[in-house]
Design a protein around this ligand. Structure first.
Ligand code: FES
Length: 110
């Protein structure tokens, strides 16, 4: 496993740089980094909420992997939906995501 360095833009506009292991989901990072307190995972990865909604920077969006029909259906309910939106619990870190920036929308709803 190797380390992947990424950045988050928090809902207050501040940024935080952090790293995770290849294969790890953004959900896992939440448990390691208190800075991600405002990124919520209300359904703990069951694709039954949008509290983990993140917007991926455009160059890295294609590297976030395939989106399931269930994720697409749930994203339709996300506040501030963007063409590069993902549910954070469904994104696994890969080397291709090195340097990726994930923006947490100002408002996420369950
Ligand atoms: S935590 Fe609910 S869909 Fe990601």
């Amino acid at each position: 496993m190797s380390t992947v360095n990424i950045e988050f833009v928090l809902s207050d506009g501040s940024t935080v740089s952090l790293s995770g292991e290849e294969g790890e989901t953004l959900l896992n990072l939440k448990f390691k980094y208190p800075e991600l307190a405002n990124l919520e995972f209300a359904c703990e990865g069951a694709i039954a909420c949008t509290t983990c909604h993140v917007i991926v920077d455009e160059p890295h969006f294609p590297m976030t992997g395939g989106i399931s029909d269930d994720e697409n259906d749930m994203l339709d309910l996300a506040y501030g939906l963007s063409k590069t939106s993902r549910l954070g619990c469904q994104v696994r870190l890969t080397q291709q995501l090195e340097g990726a920036v994930f923006t947490i929308p100002r408002k996420n709803r369950s």
